[in-house]
Design a protein around this ligand. Structure first.
Ligand SMILES: NC(=O)c1ccc[n+]([C@@H]2O[C@H](COP(=O)([O-])OP(=O)(O)OC[C@H]3O[C@@H](n4cnc5c(N)ncnc54)[C@H](OP(=O)(O)O)[C@@H]3O)[C@@H](O)[C@H]2O)c1
Length: 276
């Protein structure tokens, strides 16, 4: 593939993983260099030199989104719509990242064709972004992911920080899924584009056994298991969360991409954090 791959939201967890993976192949722009909600900024991109766009920009503060509805929708729905229209006009493939939060989480495993039914503002804004991308850009990949761990604030880093301070945290034991390591997701996104996979929706997480947040935490430190209701008792403005975040990985495997076991990736990640 000639030309550079535009990475939006290049300073986020996934953006950083892609920048490391692609090196000089990438044109990485953080929020202050490219605000994806600005139609002028999107129009001014060097379109003729781009081979693909991977949209990692997102409003990801799930609880804050309940109050900041306009901001969440601007970044998660309007921005992707602008990128999708421009990608279609310039015949550039678009990879857009979405989330398990587009689902209500009532079924144990989510396939790509399950109807969306978001429980909260963040999920609704991401579902709207997916629809906008798929409607505007024929050469688009919408890749849903879950429980992302990369270079940035994430659950594993939080648990490691608590461990170093000798704290035994309460962790929810009634939300189930698998971790997704940003490096593995980044590699899968690039593979989809490089292999000219069929456009459409794909689910990607690491593989392995389905566990709760408490199970994952307990791999790292002693914890107290609590329900989601107990964890958030007495707090307002908390978004409802899906019980089941596990993805059916058959479609991504059929595309020739085999996610590794999350336990293998977790162990490697923890070792790297220790070295850092
Ligand atoms: N993290 C998860 O557990 C998780 C789970 C499922 C799906 N996802 C999806 O995976 C994707 C990547 O997530 P992530 O974990 O890498 O998120 P992240 O670390 O929060 O990164 C998102 C980036 O987008 C930037 N951004 C915000 N508004 C922007 C705008 N208007 N224009 C351009 N950039 C903007 C943010 O910049 P500032 O920090 O400066 O605001 C941030 O650098 C997102 O689509 C997210 O919805 C994430």
């Amino acid at each position: 593939m000639t030309g550079r791959v535009l990475i939006t939201g290049a300073n986020g967890q996934l953006g950083r993983a892609l920048m490391t993976l692609l090196g000089t192949r990438a044109l990485g722009l953080g929020r202050h260099e490219l605000d994806i909600t600005s139609s002028d900024a999107v129009a001014a991109l060097p379109w003729s030199s781009l081979s693909a766009v991977i949209n990692c920009a997102a409003y990801t503060a799930v609880d804050c989104a309940e109050a900041e509805v306009e901001q969440a929708w601007a970044v998660n729905a309007t921005g992707p719509a602008l990128l999708a229209r421009a990608c279609a006009a310039h015949d550039v493939p678009l990879v857009h990242i979405s989330t398990d939060y587009v689902f209500s989480g009532l079924v144990a495993e989510h396939a790509e064709d399950e109807p969306v039914a978001p429980l909260n503002v963040y999920g609704a804004s991401k579902a709207a972004g997916e629809l906008a991308v798929l409607a505007a850009c024929p050469n688009a990949y919408v890749v849903r992911t879950s429980w992302v761990v990369g270079d940035g604030a994430n659950f594993v880093r939080t648990m490691l920080g608590l461990r170093s301070r000798g704290i035994t945290p309460s962790v929810v034991d009634d939300q189930f899924g698998r971790l997704t390591f940003a490096d593995d997701l980044a590699a899968a996104l690039v593979e989809l584009v490089d292999r000219h996979a069929e456009p459409g929706i794909y689910h990607f997480s690491n593989s392995g056994d389905v566990v709760s947040w408490a199970d994952i935490a307990n791999e790292l430190l002693p914890i107290t298991r609590v329900s989601t209701a107990e964890y958030y008792a007495g707090r307002s403005g908390i978004a409802a969360r899906p019980t089941h975040s596990t993805f059916d990985l058959r479609k991504i495997r059929a595309a020739g991409i085999s996610p590794r076991d999350w336990r293998v990736a977790l162990s490697e990640y923890v070792d790297k954090q220790r070295e850092a």
